[in-house]
Design a protein around this ligand. Sequence first.
Ligand SMILES: [Zn+2]
Length: 519
Amino acid sequence: MTHVSKLLAGLLLAGSIAALPARAAPGESDGDEVQVIRLRVGTEIVGVITPDGFDEARGVRVRRVDDDALLDIGFDQMLPEDARRIRAAHGYMPDDPDPILVDAMRIKFLDGSVMTGVILEQDSDTIKFKHGAGAPTVLKRSGVRSVEPVKVDALEVYDPEELYGRELAARNPATALDHYNVALYCESLQLWAHAKEHLAKAAELDASFKADLVGQKQKQYERRIEAGEDSELIAKAQRMARSDQYDAALAKLDEFLKAKPGSALRPDAEKVRGRIAKAREHWLGEQTIVYFFTHVDRAIRKIAAEPKATAKECRKRVETEVTKAAIDTTAKYLKVAPSDVQRVWEDAKRQTASPHFGSYGSGTWTLGLEGAMKGLTPEDPNKKADAAAKPAKDESLEDRIKKLLEEKKKAQEEAQKKGKKGGPQQPNKKMASGPQIADIPPTEEEWWVTLTIDEKTGYLTAWWAEHEANAKLYRVDQQPCVTCSGLGSLRYVNPDGQEMAKPCPRCKGLQFDRVVRFH
Ligand SMILES: [Zn+2]
């Protein structure tokens, strides 16, 4: 345990400073002070809060300046900033105390589940991991996908009583101020009974110490203790939402609202529920798109890896199975219903992902001439030479220069051979005939079996993107064929010493690979 103690002491030192929010000076308002209270409906009330007209849980009673009428105004009817100002003037802090943040580790497992806590010990096979109250868990490394440092609410990792015990030992409070500060710390941990104890101790040591505020806080704590169970439940739902467990958090609140319709904390629970539901929508929209494409890729790769499936069968399966599989696995990963993921995916206004692409590669000709050329981004003919010389991935600078020189030489030779004088000679790249598909081997199935799984995946990804209505295609490009550098033909010298041309065996004369970009 000594290791844990040191660790905790370090965390607590940082935590205790962060946990002390600025407090408003007590009891400085009211009496005769005229206030302007702005209401959500857009009107204003100008008046004076009556001497005992402040109720922390509900609102204020105001004597209106105009006509001396008494009005009860609920905090939920005011603009939030006015409600906050009035409550702060009476020493009440926001309902949600600032969480105490600690450094922790988030472990993701191969099955997609996540655990947040602190690593106590580790060796090559296991990790001893503390999360929440109770004894640490020993995890097998073989089941772990990743470990990353995170800042989390201390209550996600530690037991609050444990944190309080350590803090008490570290601070050893002696003065009224010491006890008052420990009470505030307890407030952050939502340990209302301990908070009350320390406040009482502060009053006992110095009855004049922040007397108004201490009195108000005592009352607040008592109400919290009364509503302790409900309050803890709401706080727990908030913690769950902070670690992305939105559905579990909402279910918890719904259960509470149904079981205790008369709870004093009902408005709080409803407010928190609204916020969590909104946060869930935002999170779902974002996460769905982040993970959906990963699962599309996995589903396609799985099909591509089947050695016996023909190109035709694979295309058919990509059209009918991939989107559904990605919806299901994304939903499982995010622990939401497939219909949620489907709704986000099919929403025309969904967020777009980072750019993705798929290339038909050496199989572009299988689409036929029309299919291969459909919707291509028009290419500037003057740029074609540049495009052809553009480096393939992983090509070194030397290779590139060598290729450029060779092409230049080839173009010159061709120009010479044509032997026409005058007028700038167009290199043979712009041959009279454009892209075409020559009737030469291989057949589609002969070609398919020569591909690697990556190449099949690229081809099927492009196919999926062009057949999935919600994939949001934004551009279709042509990339010069790597075998013929986009010329469509290769040259050779025949037995008679004559230079001849034959269609490129890779692109069959098409000159390019079709690349589909989507997001
Ligand atoms: Zn080619």
